[in-house]
Design a protein around this ligand. Structure first.
Ligand code: MLT
Length: 256
């Protein structure tokens, strides 16, 4: 499966996994800021951005396997892997399925647990909505949940544009994949590489208390809370996000 990807910069490899319902364009600022010392790889999950849907149902595990295949294509044996929100679910799947490829793990504004029954119901409602009314109608109210109350109108517009440009079937497939994802809480103690959990202090979807619990469950894990940022913390606090990520990687990431 050929996914759409881009690679910028030189140095140890850093693979960035995007959130829902966005694509690799959400990493523009992060990638540009770290390209002076990292080889930053980002890609669109199947069906999102410029990647084709491919066959079969969307699955977080498949996307994790696509990530490993992309590292093969790029000639990268071991990478630091950073995922935000849905990208964090994929990063955890990657950690479970490809532990030998993982140099360091960064989990941003995400959780290890499965959806609650109400959460699963919300996914089903979302699938019905996006199929009947399209991506823009589904995405339109999302900035209110994905961003803090302080977010600029320009950023809200960018999130709506990114999300509204996705194929409805990609959104529906990702909703089903997230609804059906396993509870990986019990796997956190087995993560053997350096790890960092980051969370926006105003993240209403995956709040700081959950991030703290997740960080406590991963041996030696560091925790950074980004003051004033909501769920899409890398978009809302790009400088603080990149600084925290870069400081962690500079200290921990393997050298190619
Ligand atoms: C995301 O930002 O990727 C999503 O909010 C994750 C989710 O809906 O669980």
């Amino acid at each position: 499966m050929n996914v759409a990807y881009e690679i910028v910069g030189h140095g140890p490899a850093l693979l960035l996994l995007h959130a829902f319902p966005l694509d690799r364009r959400m990493w523009r600022e992060t990638a540009a800021s770290l390209a002076d010392r990292y080889r930053v790889i980002s890609f669109d999950f199947r069906g999102f951005g410029e990647s084709p849907m491919g066959d079969g149902p969307a699955s977080l595990e498949r996307w994790a396997d696509d990530a490993a295949a992309l590292l093969d294509t790029a000639g990268v044996p071991i990478a630091s892997v950073a995922g935000l929100s849905m990208g964090g679910y994929v990063a955890l799947a990657f950690a479970a399925r490809h532990p030998a490829r993982l140099g360091a793990l960064v989990l941003g504004d995400t959780r290890a647990g499965a959806d609650s029954p109400e959460g699963k119901k919300g996914r089903d409602d979302g699938i019905a909505l996006v199929r009947s009314r399209g991506a823009a109608a589904f995405v339109d109210p999302m900035p209110g949940r994905l961003l803090s109350a302080r977010a600029s109108e320009e950023l809200k517009r960018r999130v709506r544009e990114l999300g509204g440009s996705q194929a409805p079937e990609a959104i529906a497939g990702a909703l089903a994949a997230m609804r059906d994802r396993p509870d990986r809480t019990g796997e956190l103690g087995a993560i053997a590489c350096p790890a960092l959990v980051m969370v926006g202090s105003d993240d209403a979807l995956t709040p700081p208390a959950e991030a703290r619990a997740m960080a406590r469950a991963i041996p030696g894990c560091k925790l950074v809370e980004l003051a004033g940022a909501g769920h899409l913390a890398n978009l809302e606090a790009p400088d603080a996000f990149t600084r925290a990520l870069g400081d962690f990687l500079d200290a921990e990431s393997p050298v190619d």
